[in-house]
Design a protein around this ligand. Structure first.
Ligand SMILES: CC(C)(COP(=O)(O)OP(=O)(O)OC[C@H]1O[C@@H](n2cnc3c(N)ncnc32)[C@H](O)[C@@H]1OP(=O)(O)O)[C@@H](O)C(=O)NCCC(=O)NCCS
Length: 298
């Protein structure tokens, strides 16, 4: 089956949305995880937003005038996030995914490392990335908070949480960059414009931040970077309070056990177990991280 691999254009938005909707719901329901994207329109908006705001390389595979697959490279400084990667079920198993990934790796030649988060149940994507030298380096837990659950009022925490303002942007960027090893300035601007970035300080020292992006189905909590689990928890508590009544989703590392247990205490429930896979030398540092999904594709 011969596919043409090329850059995505505005004409591909509807086809890409339909393909994302089919591919992710198909793999999810096959593994007993139910529907992942609730309607096709949401997937089309996702495809449109990636093209409009992704600051990325978006590649599509075209077969017979259909968008058969997509893969996205989101460079953030010397490290690139990979995702989404998907092939329409009609075309799976015919090397389309591999062709897309090979083209993406060519685009990524100047980068030091690539990161991708893949669902641990997904044998196809694990095998594909593993064969391309992506190594599993951490277990990432996707957690979901049902906004309908009544919660007790939060204990106050000793850190001071404020919302990012334009004048803080340089300071937050300077805090994040050496710790995450990513250049996320454009993302911070995006989250500030369309969502909220909460900043944790102790005696004027930045101790962490959490970016939150409200969507039509849930509020994405992350990316987060914090000195430790205590600061991360303060940020999550604050976000849950601000977005009271909304469903929330986040992805945290299983190694941050105290944080995960505390989030369970706030009624976050495990949605799926994922692998953080890395090609190259980047590794998670000692800081607590939570991963977003848009616009950086992680
Ligand atoms: C993962 C996905 C993109 C692979 O695309 P694809 O075009 O079907 O894959 P290919 O035919 O190019 O196969 C590439 C490699 O994937 C692995 N693979 C593909 N299908 C597989 C399966 N059913 N079981 C195990 N491994 C499989 C193999 O390693 C294969 O290499 P090989 O044929 O040289 O052994 C596709 O299955 C998909 O879109 N899934 C749903 C969305 C998704 O899960 N995306 C990944 C999110 S992280």
């Amino acid at each position: 089956m011969s596919a043409v691999i090329r850059d995505m254009t505005a004409k591909d938005i509807d086809g890409a949305g339909e393909m994302l909707f089919k591919a992710f719901n198909d793999v999810s329901s096959k593994h007993g995880h139910g529907v992942r994207i609730h309607n096709q329109q949401v997937a089309k908006v996702w495809a449109w937003s990636m093209l409009r705001y992704g600051y990325s390389d978006l590649l599509v595979a075209e077969i017979g005038n259909r968008v058969a697959g997509i893969c996205c490279l989101n460079p953030r400084g010397r490290v690139g996030n990979v995702g989404p990667v998907a092939v329409h079920p009609d075309f799976q198993g015919h090397a389309v995914g591999r062709e897309l990934m090979n083209a993406l790796l060519k685009r990524a030649e100047g980068l030091e490392s690539l990161r991708v988060i893949q669902e641990a149940f997904n044998r196809a994507s694990f095998s594909l990335y593993y064969s391309l030298n992506f190594m599993p380096v951490a277990t990432v837990l996707e957690l979901f908070l049902d906004g309908r659950i009544e919660k007790e009022s939060d204990r106050c925490c000793s850190n001071n949480i404020t919302e990012l303002s334009k004048k803080d942007l340089d300071e937050i960027h300077a805090y994040d960059n050496p710790r995450s090893k990513l250049d996320r300035r454009s993302d911070l601007e995006y989250y500030d414009k369309w969502g909220s970035v909460f900043v944790c300080r102790n005696q004027d020292q930045i101790r962490g931040f959490l970016a939150c992006l409200p969507g039509s189905e849930f509020v994405q909590l992350g990316p987060l970077l914090a000195e430790g689990e205590e600061e991360a928890l303060c940020l999550f508590r604050h976000a849950v309070e601000v977005f009271k009544g909304r469903d929330c989703r986040t992805r945290v590392m299983a190694r941050d056990y105290v944080l995960v247990r505390a989030l369970n205490g706030l009624h976050f429930r495990l949605q799926s177990v994922n692998n953080l896979m890395v090609r190259g030398s980047w590794r998670p540092d000692v800081y607590v991280e939570a991963f977003g999904i848009f616009p950086d594709g992680a």
